[in-house]
Design a protein. Structure first.
Length: 257
């Protein structure tokens, strides 16, 4: 017969192990959401860099971003393929693999309007599927705490999506759809930033980083809303990249909480 004291100790260690396992599960979920969320950003950053390079704005830096962006996207893609067993997500990842191959082929070709139009469409398709992967990872882990990681990570994407549409307009893509997508991205960034600023999970360091983002955002927001007046592509390039840098740090901090 098991003594009550031994039974109590056994139950105690079982609970501790379960809690520890749950913490590991949460950490793994946050890491995967962070990586999958980074793919959303890279889908926009790669094509943004292609357009900036083609328009000869910050050419050297844009070329470097283009090369490093594709390499990081492929590295993250391999990580997700290894770590995720869900068959539905695996199927989406297969589509992503085919799409990044096509995108990579196009960016090696001569810069031109037709090629750029195809890349803009591919980047939107890649973003849509990457967003779906993030949502399905969150659903499969059924953990609410990953939501803020996803939202902060989405701000990284929006910083690059905004810059992408800004330079696309400068490159001659001046239809209503481009302006509408740019305005939509600006509005979504505004709303999410206010929500993150008000989060109860913010540490003093996270709050400081969010305040730095706000200071940068104030500088460039007006440029986006008055895009028809022409622009300051160098300022947009550097400021959006600074916002990306801060939002990446914030996303990582949320993932580590």
């Amino acid at each position: 017969m098991v003594k009550p004291a031994k039974l109590l100790i056994g139950c105690f260690f079982t609970v501790i192990c379960l809690l520890f396992s749950a913490q590991l599960l949460a950490a793994d979920a946050s890491t995967l959401v962070n990586i999958a969320g980074q793919q959303r950003m890279l889908s926009q950053k790669i094509v943004k860099a292609y357009l900036f390079q083609g328009e000869r704005v910050r050419t050297r830096k844009a070329r470097k971003q283009l090369k490093e962006g594709v390499a990081l996207f492929r590295k993250n893609h391999q990580t997700l393929l290894i770590e995720i067993a869900d068959p539905t997500i695996k199927q989406l990842l297969e589509f992503v693999g085919t799409t990044i191959d096509e995108l990579d082929t196009l960016i090696q070709q001569k810069y031109g309007h037709e090629n750029s139009a195809r890349l803009l469409a591919l980047s939107d398709s890649l973003l849509e599927v990457s967003q779906s992967i993030v949502e399905k990872i969150e659903l499969s882990f059924n953990l609410q705490q990953t939501a803020i990681v996803s939202e902060a990570g989405r701000q990284r994407m929006l910083s690059q999506r905004i810059a992408k549409y800004y330079i696309a307009y400068q490159a001659g893509f001046q239809g209503e759809e481009v302006v509408a997508q740019l305005n939509k991205a600006v509005n979504e960034f505004d709303i999410a930033h206010k929500r993150l600023m008000g989060s109860s999970r913010n540490t003093p360091e996270i709050t400081r980083e969010l305040e730095r983002v706000e200071g940068l955002w104030v500088v460039v927001r007006a440029f986006f809303l008055n895009i028809e007046k022409g622009g300051l592509p160098v300022t947009v390039f550097s400021t959006c990249d600074s916002i990306l840098k801060h939002m990446h740090k914030i996303t990582t901090m949320y993932a580590e909480l």
